[in-house]
Design a protein around this ligand. Sequence first.
Ligand code: 5AD
Ligand code: SF4
Length: 521
Amino acid sequence: MSNSVEQHIEERSIFLETFGCQMNELDSELVQGQLFSLGYSFCDSRSDADVILFNTCSVREQAENKVLSRIGELGVEITEGRQVVIGMLGCLPEREGKRLLGKYPQIAFICGPSELDRLPSILQQAVLGEKMSTTDRVALQGNRSRRLAALSAADDTLELLDLSRVFDPDFRTSTGSSAYVRITRGCNKFCTYCVVPNTRGAEIHRPPDAIVEECRSLAQSGAVEITLLGQTVNHYRYTHNVALNSDGEEVPQIGPSITAFSKPVDETQRVTTFANLLQRIHGEVSEIERLRFVTSYPKDFGDDILEVMRDCPRICNYLHVPAQSGSNRILKMMNRGYTVEEYLEFIERARKIIPDVEIAGDIIVGFPTETEEDYEATCDLIRKVRFKNNFVFHYSPRPGTVAIDRFKDDVSKEDKRRWLNSILELGGTISGDVHKAYEGQTVDVFVERISPKSTKQAQVELMWESGRVQLSGRTQGDLICVFDVGSEEEANKMIGTVVHVEVTNSGPLLLEGTICCNYEK
Ligand code: 5AD
Ligand code: SF4
């Protein structure tokens, strides 16, 4: 890069807004790190930025509409004379980049999740005022992520994005002591409603050594909690490919492992399973006090994983394992590949092996043809499982999915809204009971932040008395727990540590408690 380009870039301030899931949050962090190390700076407001990047989500129509309305507003500002470079990243351009570039001339460039390793050069072109060529536009249309799975391991440039992670403490202050680490990319499940297999591509597993090394570096730069990410995280399975050299010796081949094509020669020696990986991270990176993983798929979840969770004290007793529906007929139409009975069998097995495990899930209401009876079946499932919480969504027909082609979106808006509200109400009552069961117990809380409520109160109350400050954190089972401390100084010291809290009160959303005197572990 020439000096003049460097100067040019250093003057640019970027605003990056992220929509959607934890995968997107991680992609944004990695992209931000890459650009930070190239000299770009970041700002907190759209109006101050020279470059605006939207890392988009395509899972539901609502998420897409949000970003498109931002693009519309910026279009008006540009016609009124504002100079700004707009880039669209993530799942939305992967799905329909060509149409977006045609419809919104204010978008300078697009970059799908499978192209993020190329973002610095694409951005540089855009900053220097070079419009994307037609070939570039077309290159993004080929769904590189699914094609990628068919390429040889060495061609996986995506691995470079994770490997390029910046551990600079100045940069990491934004993410603090909690970090995500990707272990698996993409998804092979093809649930009929879901765009992810199209936008994120086929399931590929990262090499375990690279994952452990990343956890170690994160721990060294201050991370205390790590959440491993995968769309179907429990499917993690790395096959160590071995080739023979000219002397007949085995030489390990480094690169991602592609589920569909992996055929181990010797199961015991050449495969790292998800249970093995958890055990390795827990054993080899002892500074990590909390190890979590999301999102689990209810099928193919072996006892080996549950036993490792039980036996390793720093692996959290928490599962996010979406059921999506409690009706076998709907599950079949969703192509989920399990029945309600199989889901319940898994939950029973998990609770038998880890009695204090907390379970969270996702539910879709108003899937095509869903009836009152199907909705009641979902309520039954929720009552049986006693989820700590469920994320509940209206069915949203997505272009490119099987469901939009095969099934009419025939459930009325009123039914969707009614079912969603009553599921939230039922879930709230159950959450209240789940939280209440902790009253009187002492729990370990990973302290995340001064609770926003507390800052407001403190500002007012400080005028009357030296304010108590409320801290907020999470238990191993991912329950939010708040407690008071005497001063802001004390509070700031506790953030990013694990403390003991005696639970004195509770509600559907959180636990409230008193910090134990010997709070340090
Ligand atoms: N409509 C509604 N919800 C959806 N989800 C995924 N696709 C759709 C869709 N088309 C939900 C699922 C998934 C979560 C991330 O988003 O519940 O688990
Ligand atoms: Fe989508 Fe199903 Fe894959 Fe989850 S498992 S990402 S819902 S296709």
